[in-house]
Design a binder for this molecule. Structure first.
Ligand code: DGL
Length: 279
C-alpha cells in the first residue's frame, strides 16, 4: 500500500513564513540577526517606532495605550504569519494586551535572567535594561522564579539606547560614555562579583564589543536573541502559512531618522528596502 503526499505551492518552494519584527528603533536588528542565522529563508518585515522612542522612559499606561492598536494596524497592513516584539520594554509591559489585539501568534522577548543565573558562578548577576524594564513586575517575577539564589543588581539606562542608535547611524561612539553608564553597576558594593550581565534591552547586543571593553572584569553578556529565534522556528512549524509576499525584506521607519548610514545599517541586516513612514 502506497501513501501519497501532495505538496504544492509555497510549501514546495521552501517558504518558511513571514515574520514582522517590531521595536522602538534599531534594537530589533539584534534579534532579526539571530532569527536570520537560524531561519535564513524566513521573510521578514521590520517596523521601528522611532517617533515614540525611547520606550524605556514611557509609562506603562502610555505603552499600553499605544502598542495594541499600532500592532493591530501593522498586522492588517503587512499581513505576516507571526509578530516578534523584539523589545524588552514593550514585551514586559504590554505583551498580553498586544496578543489580545491581533489574531496571529505574538512572540515577546523575555530578559535572559534564567540562563544568566544558571551561568553565574559567583551568584551575582546584573540586569541591564531600560529604566522601564528594570522596574516591571515581570522582571521581579523572573528573578523570584529563576534567580532566587543570586544577588541581582538592576540597572536601567536610556543613554545606552541612544548610543546604540548613534552607532548604527554611523556616528562615533565614545568608550567613556559606555564606562559612565556601567560605572554604577560595577563600582557598587557587589560590583566586583558580577560575572553575568543580562542584556535586557535589544539595543544592547549591538554594543557588545564596546560593553566588553568597558568593564574591569570578565563577564558573560547574555541576551535572549538565540532563544527567540528557536521559539520563532517552533511556532512557525505548527502554523498554516499565508502565501509568501513578493519583493525583498522591508523596514518601515515610523517618523524616524533616515540618513544614508542608518538606511545602510538596515540593509546590512538584510532589509533591502527601507521606507520612512511620516504619520
Ligand atoms: N529596544 C528596546 C528594548 O528592548 C527599547 C529601547 C527604548 O527605550 O526605546 O527595551
Amino acid at each position: 500500500m502506497c501513501h501519497k503526499t501532495l505538496v504544492t505551492g509555497w510549501v514546495q518552494q521552501g517558504h518558511m513564513g513571514h515574520a514582522l519584527i517590531f521595536d522602538s528603533g534599531v534594537g530589533g536588528l539584534s534579534v532579526a540577526a539571530e532569527i536570520r542565522k537560524r531561519l535564513p529563508s524566513l521573510q521578514m518585515s521590520y517596523v521601528a517606532d522611532d517617533i515614540f522612542r525611547p520606550y524605556g522612559e514611557k509609562t506603562e499606561s502610555q505603552l499600553k495605550a499605544r502598542l495594541p492598536g499600532l500592532l493591530w494596524e501593522l498586522s492588517e497592513a503587512i499581513n505576516p504569519d507571526i509578530i516578534v516584539i523584539a523589545c524588552n520594554t514593550a514585551s514586559t509591559t504590554a505583551l498580553k494586551e498586544i496578543r489580545a489585539a491581533v489574531d496571529i501568534p505574538v512572540i515577546g522577548v523575555v530578559p535572559a535572567i534564567k540562563p544568566a543565573a544558571a551561568a553565574s558562578r559567583t551568584k551575582t548577576i546584573a540586569v541591564l535594561g531600560t529604566p522601564g524594564t528594570v522596574q516591571r513586575r515581570y522582571v521581579d517575577d523572573l528573578i523570584n522564579d529563576f534567580a532566587d539564589d543570586c544577588h541581582v543588581i538592576l540597572q536601567g539606562s536610556v543613554n545606552l539606547v541612544d548610543i546604540a542608535e548613534k552607532k548604527l547611524a554611523g556616528k562615533p561612539v565614545d568608550s567613556e560614555w559606555i564606562k559612565t553608564e556601567l560605572a554604577p553597576m560595577f563600582s557598587g558594593r557587589h560590583g566586583a562579583d558580577i560575572d553575568a550581565v543580562v542584556l535586557a534591552c535589544t539595543h544592547f547586543p549591538l554594543l557588545r564589543k564596546e560593553l566588553k571593553s568597558s568593564v574591569p572584569q570578565s563577564v558573560q553578556w547574555i541576551d535572549s536573541g538565540p532563544a527567540i529565534a528557536r521559539r520563532v522556528e517552533s511556532v512557525l512549524k505548527n502554523l498554516t502559512l499565508k502565501p509568501p509576499r513578493s519583493g525583498p525584506d522591508m523596514a518601515l521607519l515610523v517618523g524616524g531618522e533616515t540618513s544614508p548610514e542608518r538606511i545602510n545599517a538596515f540593509k546590512k541586516y538584510g532589509f533591502e528596502r527601507v521606507v520612512a513612514l511620516m504619520p
